[in-house]
Design a protein around this ligand. Structure first.
Ligand SMILES: Cc1cc2nc3c(=O)[nH]c(=O)nc-3n(C[C@H](O)[C@H](O)[C@H](O)COP(=O)(O)O)c2cc1C
Length: 179
């Protein structure tokens, strides 16, 4: 079993999404773990030439489980993570267009996302309209045939007590995922 572990926070050792993604990977440890730190080694913006190099896509396709650390920056995902997704979504590889619409081809893979957000974006609240991280990632992975799972630490900018409580609840949640 191969696990692909992706991180995209700029906050190094103090990052909540990195701590949660690491905890998930520790619980799902397979035979083989491939780690890609998109901040230490950023992928350039997409170019036509980048399509010719399918190495990032091949790494994704070969993984049984994919664990992604995804912090919210400016109400959405870091551009480093977007650059990775730009190499993952390739027509004919993990989705295709049919006469009845698009069809995902990447089913069977488990994708778990560790979300870290400064605010709260619960459904029904005014802030929910600004949530373009979880909603975007769910849409993207649904499009290629995967139902992603999320572990979220929210309200991280609401003070140290809330931050600690949210991260510790999220780390506890990783145990439920592995059960
Ligand atoms: C550049 C930047 C932009 C941010 N924008 C938002 C935002 O739009 N909404 C939000 O809820 N939190 C925002 N935050 C707070 C982060 O989501 C929060 O600090 C979270 O812990 C980041 O995850 P990390 O600790 O893994 O880096 C922002 C933080 C930074 C550094």
């Amino acid at each position: 079993m191969t696990t692909l572990h992706i991180d995209s926070s700029i906050n190094g050792d103090t990052s909540a999404s990195r701590a949660i993604s690491r905890s998930i990977v520790d619980r799902f440890r397979g035979d083989r773990i491939i780690y890609r730190d998109l901040v230490a080694e950023p992928l350039p913006h997409l170019t036509l030439e980048a399509f010719a190099d399918g190495s990032v896509l091949d790494e994704f396709l070969a993984a049984d489980t994919v664990v992604i650390g995804a912090p919210m920056y400016n109400f959405t995902l870091p551009s480093q993570l977007k650059a990775w997704l730009d190499r993952i979504l390739v027509a004919g590889k993990n989705f295709r267009y049919t006469e009845s619409g698009p069809e995902g081809l990447a089913g069977g893979k488990r994708v778990i996302v560790a979300l870290a957000r400064g605010g709260m974006y619960d459904a029904g609240t005014p802030a929910a309209a600004l949530e373009h991280l979880e909603s975007y990632l769910r849409g993207i992975f649904n499009f290629i045939g995967i139902e992603p799972e999320f572990v979220a630490a929210d309200g991280l900018n609401f003070g140290p007590d809330q931050r600690e409580a949210s991260i510790s609840a999220a780390l506890g949640e990783t145990m439920r995922l592995a059960a």
